[in-house]
Write a protein that binds this ligand. Structure first.
Ligand SMILES: [Fe+2]
Ligand SMILES: [Fe+2]
Length: 189
């Protein structure tokens, strides 16, 4: 099996991405004096925004580029996910705006602001794997952020909770597709 050889670079990337996802968290929770940390919240949400934009781009590209036998169902799934990631982009951008920030849609540096990667898959299985990895990182990151915001910012927390439910569905969808097309689950990331 060549799985280890192909997965090792992936695992390195995951560590880097997780580190990046966490770098804005710092120590402890947001304080009760919310105003003092609003800029930090906005910074965190800019990372979430970049993550969601990268997910829109990756799924959109995959939906167009996926080829091969039985790819039609997969392409439809990628398209649906792209639409849902676009809804997340909108929600997060609105929240940043509500908090007094300016949502950062600047394409320059986008991927380095994100906790997910655009990817470089060139076949169906690799696309599904990249999406599964991205979704698992998103789930882990958003769970962490939900705990971080706790009761100090219920508005941001509940938005992230609703997004999290969709990301969990996305991860499940990709896992199911991987089993359907590859016949076995990916090693846990
Ligand atoms: Fe999303
Ligand atoms: Fe997703």
């Amino acid at each position: 099996m060549d799985n280890h050889a192909t997965q090792q670079p992936f695992l390195t990337d995951i560590k880097t991405l997780r580190d990046r996802a966490r770098q804005n968290l710092g120590q402890g929770a947001v304080t009760a004096a919310y105003q003092g940390d609003v800029n930090k919240t906005i910074d965190i949400l800019q990372t979430v925004l970049a993550t969601e934009i990268v997910c829109v781009l990756r799924y959109t590209m995959h939906a167009v580029a996926a080829t091969g036998i039985s790819s039609e169902g997969v392409k439809a799934e990628f398209s649906e996910h792209a639409r849902e990631e676009a809804e997340h982009v909108q929600e997060v951008a609105e929240r940043i705006n509500q908090l007094g920030g300016k949502p950062n849609f600047n394409p320059s540096g986008l991927e380095t602001r994100a906790a997910s990667e655009y990817g470089h898959a060139d076949n169906l299985i690799e696309m599904i794997k990249e999406n599964l990895v991205a979704e698992r990182i998103a789930v882990e990151h958003y769970q962490e952020l939900i705990r971080y915001f706790g009761n100090e910012d219920p508005g941001t927390r509940s938005m992230l909770e609703s997004i999290l439910v969709v990301e969990e569905e996305h991860a499940n969808d990709m896992h199911d597709l991987l089993i359907a097309h590859q016949g076995k689950p990916m090693l846990s990331a």
